[in-house]
Design a protein around this ligand. Structure first.
Ligand SMILES: C[S@@+](CC[C@H](N)C(=O)[O-])C[C@H]1O[C@@H](n2cnc3c(N)ncnc32)[C@H](O)[C@@H]1O
Length: 200
């Protein structure tokens, strides 16, 4: 697993200050009315803080203590409040809590962690709730201009759909997208975008 504390210590806002474009697009859909969000692997909080600014009650989780501190600082600077938890998805438990949306944005991790994150997302979603995923993908076109070069940390749509069976798929997209997110996400990436809802 990469040393995310070191990466955040070396670089302020590595993915920029704006929310991820897919997060913004799904959360501004006419049919998105979630009032709470669990942001798994929320890093330095760009997505969670933006969702909190839209009035959602946000819980952000990340295994990097430095990222969580930065997320808290971002929340304060933005005048929002969010619950920030430093924890590893490998063993974090929701203790029966549930959310109306879950965002899983660029958690590039080994298959067991990805599977746990996706299954956990389904488990904690309230009926009618949204799961939103964007991540680098394993595609027939090979690696994108940037992103992990280790195929074992990449997603594909069948993997996501298997792990989230029972959800109603709203969008399941895979392809090349020009990303413009801070210094680390610059250029054309091969990615998946996935949005699905838990049936009521
Ligand atoms: C590429 S960054 C994306 C951060 C954020 N989602 C965003 O879009 O700005 C990946 C994040 O996943 C976190 N992460 C990696 N493995 C994790 C794990 N097992 N549990 C919790 N967080 C993890 C890292 O600390 C890092 O902040």
């Amino acid at each position: 697993m990469p040393d995310w504390d070191a990466k955040y210590a070396a670089q302020e806002a590595p993915f920029g200050d704006a929310p991820n474009e897919y997060v913004r697009r799904v959360a501004t859909r006419a049919d998105f009315s979630a009032t709470s969000a669990l942001c798994l692997a929320d890093g330095d909080g760009r997505n969670g803080a933006w969702l909190a600014g839209r009035g959602l009650s946000v819980t952000g989780i990340d295994s990097s203590a430095i990222a969580s501190q930065r997320a808290q600082a971002r929340d304060r600077a933005n005048g929002v409040s969010a619950e920030r938890i430093t924890a590893d998805i490998a063993d974090w438990e929701s203790d029966g809590r549930s959310w109306q949306s879950v965002f899983l944005i660029y958690l590039q991790s080994e298959p067991e962690i990805r599977a746990r994150a996706l299954r956990l997302s389904v488990d904690v979603l309230e009926p009618g709730g949204w799961l939103v995923v964007e991540a680098f993908a394993r595609t027939p076109a090979g690696f994108g201009e940037f992103g992990p070069k280790d195929a074992s940390v990449l997603y594909d749509l069948p993997e996501i759909e298997r792990a989230t069976s029972g959800l109603q798929v709203i969008e399941a997209l895979e392809g090349r997208v020009l990303l413009d997110e801070g210094v680390r996400h610059q250029g054309t990436g091969n990615i998946v975008r996935y949005a699905a809802r838990k049936p009521r």
